[in-house]
Design a protein around this ligand. Structure first.
Ligand SMILES: *Cc1c(COP(=O)(O)O)cnc(C)c1O
Length: 482
């Protein structure tokens, strides 16, 4: 069906019918309940989820835009911030706000640092030094907020090279960023080294702990060696931590923390001459859904330290089993020695394309994320994966065998596309194609996604329609060229 055929139903449908339709839409969606996804959803199980629904529902209509109208939300937000600050070893001065997610938290860290620096040096052409492995949210912030991102290369074991960071700092630098851990390789950057650099020059240091903020404190408690990454390190001035990731809250919940109000105050937006009234807003959004705040508070209260410890233990043990299993399948190799439960693995043999292995895994029902530079397959492990480790490894062995027997698979499907994306000097073309795809997807003529019956058997299911389209485009282009 074409988008242009879609219109508001003339007469409202019965709620039963509407719900039935929606359930049908979900037929072809990724199977996170069966632990087939390795990102996107942090699922602790049906019981926990039902509880989150209830907590969310209690504050479904409430709006944290004006916390004075809903002191309940103000209280829960303040408590989530305090609990997160405690986990990340902040003292009583640490302050912050809840946000809609990691992207908002990271973007606000950039905006805050920019505005704080501007207050002091009006001539500033703001720049920030970030690891190349930093989350894409910082690249987005750079574009949105006009802060030039300067990328520092990774050093040993895929942690940012602090000496390179030092060389990239100049008088326009308003922020340095490190990850704990990074999304692509699961590595914690050398935060202490970065903090020394930052503190000496009075530059803020943001630690992006969106992934690790609600896991690393517990992993550390379990006795694993975790390099210092939080407010214990002097020089760390802000941190982001996603409650909707390893905090197991409902989506739409993250925390941005600052060492003190001298930083946070630059995040606030205040307008005193708007005809609509005097307006003050703590973060990016206007209306802020009360449900997300409530569910985050509820998740933390109900899981408690023991609940998170238990989840962390299973997560780490499952990660160990997976990594050992993958290392035992030549020529696969885990790319870095990850600090927690996020990692990527590559193929050490040029004869065996790792993206082709990824395609075979998707054929077997798994949702696999790809990374590039170096090429690899990615995994973010949760307790739910404990039950599927053996199946995953068996399928991985079978996939490697299949690609070994059919090397031509590397020239096909998703493998060909990701291979192209990773290696061709045609980045400009990829960008253009992506842009066309987005325009198509959000434009008036775009096709509606077909109603799938069960998971699509095509490859690259994870990135869905977008990648299917790109692949077709590329195949067409390449076909024309060769
Ligand atoms: C997920 C993530 C983000 C962005 O978070 P969203 O909630 O997806 O917006 C930022 N940094 C890291 C390291 C992440 O893993």
């Amino acid at each position: 069906m074409n988008k242009t055929d879609v219109r508001l139903p003339r007469k409202g449908k019965s709620k039963t019918e509407v719900l039935k339709e929606m359930r049908a839409f979900a037929q072809g969606d990724a199977d996170y309940r069966g632990a087939k996804t390795w990102s996107l959803v942090y699922y602790l199980g049906d019981e926990h989820t039902k509880f989150l629904h209830e907590a969310y529902g209690l504050f479904f209509s409430e709006n944290a835009l004006n916390p004075m109208a809903f002191l309940s939300l103000k209280r829960m937000e303040a408590e989530v911030v305090r609990m997160a600050a405690g986990l990340l070893r902040g003292d009583a001065n640490v302050v912050g706000t809840m946000t809609s997610g990691g992207t908002e938290s990271c973007m606000l860290a950039v905006k805050t640092a920019r505005d704080r620096a501007r207050r002091r040096k009006r001539w500033l052409k703001p720049e920030m030094v970030v690891p190349v492995s930093v989350h894409v949210a910082f690249r987005k912030a750079a574009e949105y907020f006009g802060v030039k991102a300067v990328y520092a290369p990774l050093g040993k074991n895929y942690r940012v090279d602090a000496r390179a960071v030092k060389k990239l700092i100049n008088r326009n630098t308003v922020l340095i960023v490190g990850s704990a851990p990074s999304y692509p390789h699961g590595m914690i950057d050398p935060i202490e080294d970065l903090a020394r650099l930052a503190q000496r020059r009075d530059i803020p240091l943001h630690v992006d702990s969106c992934l690790g903020g609600f896991l690393l404190p517990f992993v550390e408690k379990l006795g694993y060696a975790i390099p210092p990454f939080d407010f214990r390190v002097p020089g760390v001035t802000s941190m982001s931590a996603d409650v909707h990731k390893y905090g197991y809250a409902a989506k739409g919940a993250s925390v941005i923390l600052y060492r003190d109000m001298d930083h946070l105050k630059h995040q606030f937006f205040i307008c005193d001459d708007w005809p609509g009234g005097v307006f003050a807003s703590p973060a990016l959004l206007g209306t802020r859904p009360g449900g997300a705040i409530a569910a985050a508070w509820a998740a933390m209260q109900s899981l408690g330290e023991d609940g998170y410890l238990k989840a962390a233990k299973t997560t780490m043990e499952t990660t160990r089993r997976l990594i050992d299993g993958i290392q035992a399948i030549p020529p696969l190799r885990v790319i870095a020695k990850p600090h927690m439960s996020v990692f990527a693995y590559e193929s050490t043999s040029p004869e065996l394309g790792v993206f082709a292995v990824g395609d075979q895994m998707e054929k077997r029902g798994w949702n696999i994320d790809r990374v590039q530079r170096p090429d690899g397959l990615h995994a973010m492990v949760t307790p739910r994966h404990a039950a599927v480790v053996e199946q995953y490894l068996a399928d991985l062995r079978a996939s490697v065998d299949e690609v070994r027997r059919h090397p031509e698979l590397a020239e096909r499907g998703g493998a060909a596309m990701y291979g192209i994306i990773a290696h061709i000097p045609l980045r400009g073309m990829i960008r253009n194609e992506m842009m066309k795809m987005m325009e198509d997807m959000y434009g008036p003529e775009g096709q509606m996604p077909p109603l799938a019956e069960g998971p699509p058997d095509d490859l690259a299911t994870k990135a869905g329609l977008m990648f299917l389209r790109l692949r077709k485009e590329l195949a067409r282009k390449l076909g024309r060229k060769s």
